[in-house]
Design a protein around this ligand. Structure first.
Ligand code: ATP
Length: 339
């Protein structure tokens, strides 16, 4: 590809974290993955992924979790960029900068989000013009949670969680996220889940009627009651403290609480901003969780927040493309994380 078509400035994609409102884990498949029936919701806690044409491939990670993220070819954003370059026969290296706010190994699919952001941003930077379907295929190759990071909103996931169907639910939900300072490895949590269920027949997974009804009604209290996660016992087994965090949040009046994905983040559903603030303050003051943040969901999936510029696009970095969908709540009081 000729460098004349390459954007001069960087292109930035904003990508959301996810929580699983429901995660039904079926039997382990021959390929080692599990059949899943899950309901994802994208929430307003984001990473920003910026790509710029460079002499060589490289990656920089900024933010409170930077030390935990690899800056070599194992980084999922780098893998995504290289995969698109290879598919589209691009030989222009990029430098990737990730401004990271999504906790690492927190069960919120931060790495997958970065991969989705890199796909979208590189596609724009290089002027590839991939169709939505083509990007979704590449996303599925990169990991089970990557397609949802592109899609956003609320969606049912089947297969490995990568076959998506949007859920046309109602409601805007307020979440309080309690982070742990020790991550949980997703493969280890699945292995523990298998161990705990070793002597049980595991049925094919199916979404619950209660979850679908709750989402259709938009009623937060019903959604709170319908939250469920088959990986939760495994996450509790590996990090027993999480059970106390969940109990503390429920004792403080949350409508529902759940370990997000493979954990260790615990997500609490609350009725409104005020209850979210109260719960965030209570969890922080009780010392139950080292960091607490509020977020609203659903929010949109990966989207550009800078237009490609230079020869073929508008000029200037950070030109906004549509709404940012950035709805992270700032918890305010000292000691609470805010982004
Ligand atoms: P999931 O919810 O999909 O299971 P997670 O939120 O638990 O994911 P991630 O934050 O995606 O976990 O990271 C898991 C591991 O992937 C990290 O421990 C890290 O070594 C590696 N990794 C690779 N690329 C990235 C990235 N861009 N951001 C974060 N972690 C990354």
């Amino acid at each position: 590809m000729s460098s004349a078509a390459i954007s001069v400035h960087g292109v930035t994609a904003r990508v959301p974290a996810k929580i699983n409102l429901e995660l039904v884990v079926g039997p382990r498949r021959a390929d080692g993955f599990h059949h899943l029936a899950t309901v994802f919701q994208a929430v307003g806690l984001h990473d920003d992924v910026t790509v710029e044409a460079a002499d060589d491939w490289g990656i920089t990670v900024n933010g409170p979790y930077a030390d935990l993220v690899p800056v070599d070819d194992t980084n999922l954003a780098m893998q995504a960029a290289r995969l698109l370059a290879s598919e589209a026969s691009i030989d222009v290296p990029v430098h990737i900068t990730i401004d990271k706010d999504i906790p690492v190994a927190g069960g919120m699919a931060g790495g997958s989000a970065d991969a989705a952001g890199a796909l979208l941003a590189c596609d724009a930077l290089w002027g590839v013009g991939s169709s939505k379907a083509a990007l979704e295929d590449l996303a599925a190759e990169l990991g089970s949670d990557v397609p949802f990071a592109l899609l956003g909103g609320t969606a049912m996931g089947s297969g490995r969680g990568d076959q998506l169907a949007p859920v046309l639910g109602r409601g805007r939900y307020h979440w309080v996220l309690a982070f742990s300072d020790v991550g949980l490895s997703t493969p280890k949590v699945y292995a523990e889940c298998d161990r705990l269920r070793a002597n049980r027949r595991v049925p094919e997974p199916a979404p619950s009627a209660a979850m679908m009804t709750a989402l259709r009604s938009g009623d937060a209290a019903s959604l709170g009651r319908a939250l469920s996660n088959d990986l939760q016992p495994a996450a509790f087994s590996l990090q027993p403290r999480l059970e106390e965090v969940l109990r503390a949040g429920m004792d403080h009046g949350a409508l529902g609480g759940i370990v997000s994905g493979s954990g260790p983040t615990v997500a609490f559903l609350v009725s409104d901003t005020e209850q979210g603030l109260d719960l965030a303050v209570a969890l922080t003051a009780s010392g139950s969780a080292p960091a607490v943040e509020r977020a609203v969901g659903p929010v949109r999936g990966a989207h550009l927040i800078t237009a490609p510029s230079g020869p073929s696009g508008p000029s200037g970095p950070r030109a906004s493309v549509g709404s940012t969908g950035h709805q992270t709540g700032h918890t305010g009081p000292a000691g609470l994380r805010s982004s």
